[in-house]
Ligand binder design. Structure first.
Ligand SMILES: *Cc1c(COP(=O)(O)O)cnc(C)c1O
Length: 247
């Protein structure tokens, strides 16, 4: 391994250890088992080389926020680490015309916030399966809007249950895995995650398999873990600062 790559690997290993500490401490505070909280690296804007190093460090999941960037990166990471069985997650807004592509690379889409998107992913997953381009069911998280402004993405909390019903009805191509949320800017993340946690619990009554709650990012993962997060999506705290042009 060349020197620069070794440096980057050490940097990522240290950041990873720090994050595992944060998750362990947050779980201890909340009286939860750290094994219930998955760390999902969000690798958008970072190169395939970084994802390959994360694979070497034992991570088995990665998330992207844009289809075009993901398609190229998935191919590059596959070439760099052909034996790795990485699971890719889509966490950004999905345009319906991108669904056929997303259904070819994603194991799970976390950002599903409308019935029209459910229908498009359903069709896309079926076509990809028929064409031999996917082997397994496409996991789905329904994304809740926590700021009452659906323009920023997410389904209004009052409509979350109906959206989840639609995902469940699209079995076996789609599988309802749970709920995702992003804390709005300028609002106490704890209050937002409390609302999200209640919604996720309510959903589990009618959909017992919807056990995942994807909440918390670099800056607010502790508050999310306190309110039941099972998946923290971490970009900057693991990989460093992104260029300002990305969201
Ligand atoms: C970029 C992104 C993240 C990671 O954000 P950080 O603050 O860098 O940890 C998490 N979730 C979504 C949906 C994102 O787009």
């Amino acid at each position: 391994m060349i020197g620069l790559e070794q440096n980057r690997r050490d940097e990522l290993a240290a950041a990873l250890a720090g994050l595992r500490d944060r998750i362990t401490t947050a779980c201890a505070t909340a009286g939860r088992d750290p094994a219930q909280v998955r760390l999902l690296p969000v690798t958008k804007t970072f190169p395939a080389r970084d994802v390959a190093l994360l694979v070497d460090l034992g991570l088995v999941d990665a998330a992207e926020a844009r289809d075009g960037e993901a398609v190229a990166k998935v191919a590059e990471v596959t070439a760099l680490r052909p034996a790795a069985a990485l699971r890719w997650h889509m966490v950004g807004r999905v345009q319906r015309n991108k669904c056929p592509s997303v259904a070819r690379w994603a194991a799970q889409v976390q950002s599903v916030d409308s019935a029209r998107l459910v229908e498009a992913l359903h069709r896309a997953a079926r076509s990809a399966t028929e064409a031999g381009q996917r082997q397994d069911t496409l996991g789905i998280l329904v994304q809740a809007s926590l700021d009452g402004d659906p323009a920023r993405g997410g389904c209004p909390l009052a409509e979350l249950e109906a959206l989840a019903d639609r995902v469940a009805a699209a079995s076996p191509q789609l599988r309802l895995d749970g709920v995702m949320g992003v804390a709005p800017l300028g609002i106490d993340p704890g209050a937002a995650f409390a609302k999200l946690g209640v919604a996720a619990q309510r959903l589990r009554r009618s959909h017992p398999g919807a056990v995942e709650l994807s909440a918390g990012m670099s800056g607010d993962l502790e508050q999310a873990v306190a309110h039941g997060s099972t998946c923290v999506r971490v970009g900057t705290a693991l990989l460093g600062d992104r260029p300002l042009t990305s969201r």
